[in-house]
Ligand binder design. Structure first.
Ligand SMILES: [Zn+2]
Length: 431
């Protein structure tokens, strides 16, 4: 059976991502490099990227010309000559940012804005494959192969053709996908746990599964890695997870636009993926990321919205890697929407508006507010038409039927309280 999944994985991976395995092999070699050698990789990739963009990208060729940047003698010190970009700026300048070049293969990639706008952008095959190879390298540190049996705590998109596709993909990837927190689903999962090799997904959901473990923990002798993504991993999660699975959760840090920024090693250190990104910090410790493979839609000096702290002693990690270490990330907080009998990750709201955007091409800014169980106020920055309201209600019903009563409020100001815009605000303590 294992041979079947290995073959299937490799077959489809080579078909979808032709350069995946060569990038993986390269990354396995460079993981043993000295810091100076890694910086050398960064420099040559940066030079190549800028040279390419100077020829094929409207936004950056213009910038290079205006700033009179000497692209033939560019060094990493020249990075500061490029503007810092936020997600809103990527959205506003999207037309100019998309590179005019016929790549062999591009994937369409989508990500949510801070208050629900969707950014979709093309990701060239090399970029996509490099990112997957970086994740594979992280798995290899735990002796995990991607085709081994796993639990995937992630969202379902309830659009029916997409759901079928996901089921097929889950089958090929030998994974069991878990979407909601209800006890019935998790009870089902418990019976499969002894065969699972790795678990990944929202940390808050893995935490819920951990809480259901019998005294003394689960019988999970095959389990090699528990990985949390997208949400902050709270210390109390780790305690519960160690009791349940006999190991703590490791984390992978990245975003759709930036790719993998850091991956935790077996000694608990989050090593920066230097071969793929350049990380800078501003005066407030906000992370600024440059993706070195982002030719089709440049991610240069991108402000992700997270605050990080670098580990001064990171270069001496017992694992031997010389990639600098991120000690702490703040700014990503996992929160749930609490229904009458179930909990939903707040990202579920994002699916609602993403579906509307992709099936009707209508973009709606929203912000969810919850103060009572089973009730959510949905704020909008404008007045929605009757047609839009019915679209919203149909989509909300697909996910939250009978669980949450929604009140729609129009022409609201999202920025109350200042700071970073959030798409979901709750006063119910549920983390
Ligand atoms: Zn390490």
């Amino acid at each position: 059976v294992e041979a079947f999944y290995k073959w299937t994985f490799q077959f489809f991976a080579k078909f979808r991502n032709p350069s995946l395995f060569s990038y993986f092999n390269e990354l396995k070699v460079s993981e043993n490099f000295k810091y100076e050698e890694l910086a050398g990789i960064q420099l040559s990739k940066f030079q190549e990227l800028i040279l390419f963009l100077s020829k094929h990208n409207d936004f950056y060729s213009k910038h290079i010309e205006i700033e009179q940047i000497d692209i033939n003698n560019i060094t990493l010190d020249d990075l500061v000559k490029f503007p810092i970009m936020t997600k809103e700026q990527l959205i506003t300048n999207k037309t100019k940012l998309v590179t005019r070049y016929s790549f062999k293969k591009v994937f369409n990639c989508e990500t949510s804005g801070t208050s629900g706008q969707v950014l979709s952008f093309p990701r060239n095959e090399e970029w996509d494959s490099f990112n997957r190879a970086s994740i594979m390298r992280g798995y290899s540190w735990f002796d995990v192969n991607m085709w081994e049996y796993n639990f995937y705590f992630w969202g379902y998109n309830f659009n029916s053709t997409k759901r079928l596709k996901l089921r097929f993909l889950d089958f090929l990837l030998n994974r069991f996908r878990i979407f909601d927190y209800n006890t019935k689903t998790l009870e089902k999962v418990k019976n499969k746990i002894e065969n699972v090799v790795f678990i990944e997904g929202y940390s808050s959901m893995i935490y819920e599964l951990a809480k259901l473990a019998p005294k003394g923990g689960y019988n999970c002798s095959k389990l090699k890695m528990v990985k949390g993504t997208s949400e902050k991993i709270f210390p109390h999660y780790q305690e519960e997870i160690r009791k349940a699975f006999g190991q703590t959760m490791i984390s992978e840090y990245g975003a759709a636009e930036t790719g993998i920024i850091a991956y935790e090693c077996q000694f608990g250190k989050m090593h920066i993926n230097m071969e793929g990104v350049i990380v800078e910090l501003d005066d407030y410790n906000e992370i600024i990321v440059t993706n070195l493979n982002s030719k089709s839609f440049p991610i240069i000096r991108y402000k992700l919205g997270d605050t990080i702290i670098l580990d001064e002693n990171g270069l001496d990690c017992p694992c031997g890697k010389k990639h600098p270490v991120i000690k702490e990330i703040s700014g990503r907080v996992g929160k749930n929407i609490i229904g009458k009998t179930k909990k939903f990750p707040s990202l579920t709201l994002y699916y609602v508006f993403k579906n509307i955007y992709f099936s009707h091409n209508i973009s709606i800014n929203y912000q969810g507010h919850q103060n009572d169980i089973g009730k959510v106020d949905l704020w909008f920055d404008r007045v929605l038409t009757k047609k839009e309201i019915s679209m919203v209600q149909i989509e909300l019903n697909k996910y939250f039927a009978d669980e949450i009563f929604f009140t729609l409020k129009f022409q609201m100001d999202f920025r109350i309280g200042g700071g970073k815009l959030r798409d979901f605000i709750t006063s119910i303590n549920n983390s």
